[in-house]
Design a protein around this ligand. Sequence first.
Ligand SMILES: [Zn+2]
Length: 71
Amino acid sequence: MKKCEVCEVNFWWDDDVVIVDDALYHKGCVQIYPTGCFAMLDGEPLGEVENGEGDCAYDILDDGEYEEDAE
Ligand SMILES: [Zn+2]
């Protein structure tokens, strides 16, 4: 399982995920600044987002690295 560096919750398959310096975060756990897509965390610059405005977890993680619905 891969989890968000901020909230340490495993990603769900349809979570919006941003990649910053090879670390993965929920899009909602960091503040995204559209100018160059720079991510901030609690006012501290985290780094440039490598995948624009974020991708769905299932697009960038492998099977088994995110939570899936049981059905
Ligand atoms: Zn998170």
